[in-house]
Design a binder for this molecule. Structure first.
Ligand SMILES: C[S@@+](CC[C@H](N)C(=O)[O-])C[C@H]1O[C@@H](n2cnc3c(N)ncnc32)[C@H](O)[C@@H]1O
Length: 446
């Protein structure tokens, strides 16, 4: 990253001032709300299961695994991970795990302790903006990080953008993973309260050319969640220029707090109109292969899904349905097209067929076993849409086609006097949806 020369000293001074306040504080972590936790669950990922998967996937000759928690609070996350590894017989026995927690406040206990299969590092008074040299100073030279986590910490930095680059470049090539939440930076002359922080983050990650997934996350008033993976040797491409800083007073700070007294402005951030029109909390945007890997390894909850990011994407199947071009639809279906594909409003082909009452096409799609359960941006399944539109034939077709019926949908069907479609007893399947005897017949017509 380029920094205009006049800016370099100013930026350094701000970083040092913010850090020194922390480094000179009491040797305790005194953050009120987020003061460390055993798991962070960024993007819904259980970090214990993730590190186990990474350790299992590591080459046999790699004995040492390195894990880093940036902004570790009272090192609760690190201690819980050490406990998990040492008590878990399924964790690869040949691996030794270095669990490193770093924070700005001093730490006066024993810094490095060997605990069975792990080495636990509790490092205080570490300036995370200088992470590379700080790790070397603490005897961790030349390491590759297999997993880095950071929650409610990077947002407090003066220069989070460059810090994220530095951390990414320390990840192990071909596998290292970085889980973190969002932070603040601006384009020239911008105001913090006018910026869509989530879109800014996604723009930065697109420009960096790294593999990433982004998830809008509002719970806890945290900013959003991100996963990066270093899938090859390449480093984080950062072609921005630091142009200036804005000093913040308490009234201009974002909800959830910000330790830094300044926010940095960058030029060179490309304006791309490539985002979906909606930002849904159950959808990951970004690298689909990364999403599919996490899903296949049962690392992300089943209710989270992947969605397309780029507006320039075309949706030929959706278009053919809109135009009622049955032959064209048949061709796509016959060609084994991506029937799971959703449009920018997260409508599946089935949603569109129902919305436009294309019943012949709906039958065609059902025969091709298209997925029936996806939710669109209004949070509707195809069955909910059909119920809302009181499209009885579509409802019948969906049920004959084996759609899973939720308890709520069953109630609405009863209201429409369609209980006869729900023959057999309804029983919860543990996921909030219910089985019925028709569903069990599962598409007998194919
Ligand atoms: C709000 S706490 C978050 C603790 C924990 N990660 C959690 O989510 O509960 C912020 C953490 O960031 C660390 N931090 C903030 N600025 C820092 C800096 N410039 N250098 C090092 N650590 C910093 C603090 O020391 C603290 O551990």
């Amino acid at each position: 990253m380029a920094v205009a020369p006049r800016m370099r000293d100013c930026l350094k001074e701000c970083i040092d001032k913010t850090y020194e306040k922390l480094a000179k504080s009491e040797p305790i972590s005194g953050w009120t709300l987020y003061n460390g936790r055993e798991k962070y669950l960024i993007c819904g990922i259980d970090e214990h299961i993730l590190i186990q998967a990474l350790a299992k996937g590591a080459p046999l000759e790699q004995r040492d695994i390195y894990v880093l928690d940036i902004g570790a609070g009272d090192f609760q996350w690190c201690k819980a991970l050490v406990k998990f590894i040492n008590r878990n017989e399924a964790f690869p026995i040949t691996k030794r795990v270095h669990v490193i927690g770093v924070r700005g406040e001093p730490y006066e206990g024993v810094q490095v302790v060997e605990k069975e299969r792990c080495i636990l590092y509790r490092i205080g008074a570490l300036k995370v903006e200088d992470i590379t040299t700080e790790l070397i100073r603490n005897g961790l030279e030349g390491i590759h990080l297999d997993l880095v986590v950071s929650r409610w910490a990077i947002r407090h930095l003066v220069n989070p953008v460059e810090t994220v680059k530095a951390v990414f470049d320390l990840l192990r090539p071909r596998g290292g993973v970085f889980l973190f939440d969002g932070f603040f930076f601006l384009k020239p002359r911008e105001k913090l309260n006018k910026v869509n922080v989530y879109q800014r983050m996604v723009q930065l990650l697109l420009q960096s050319k790294v593999d990433f997934l982004a998830r809008k996350f509002r719970e806890d008033s945290s900013v959003d969640h991100f996963i990066l993976q270093r899938s090859d040797e390449r480093t984080f491409k950062l072609d921005l220029v630091c142009e200036g800083i804005t000093r913040l007073d308490d009234s201009s700070k974002p909800k959830g707090g910000l330790d830094s007294k300044v926010v940095v402005h960058f030029s060179g951030l490309k304006e791309r109109k490539c985002f979906s029109e909606v930002e849904l909390p159950h959808i990951f945007y970004g690298n689909r292969a990364l999403h599919d890997w996490l899903k296949a390894a049962h690392l992300i909850p089943s209710h989270l899904d992947w969605g397309p990011l780029k507006c320039k994407d075309q949706f030929p199947l959706h278009e053919a349905i809109l135009k009622n071009q049955i032959d064209r639809v048949a061709t796509y279906v016959g060609r084994d097209a991506d029937l799971k594909r959703v449009d920018r409003r997260f409508n599946t082909a089935v949603h569109i067929a129902i919305e436009k009452n294309r019943l012949q096409i709906l039958e065609l799609l059902l025969r091709a076993r298209v997925p029936l359960e996806g939710k669109n941006s209004k949070w509707e399944t195809p069955l909910e849409l059909a119920i809302f539109q009181e499209n009885f034939r579509a409802i019948e077709l969906l049920i004959e086609g084996g759609v899973a019926i939720s308890e709520n949908e069953a109630k609405q069907l009863k209201k429409l006097k369609l209980s006869h479609l729900l023959t057999g007893s309804l029983e919860a399947d543990g996921s909030g949806r219910v089985e019925d005897s028709i569903k069990k017949r599962r598409r007998g017509w194919v």
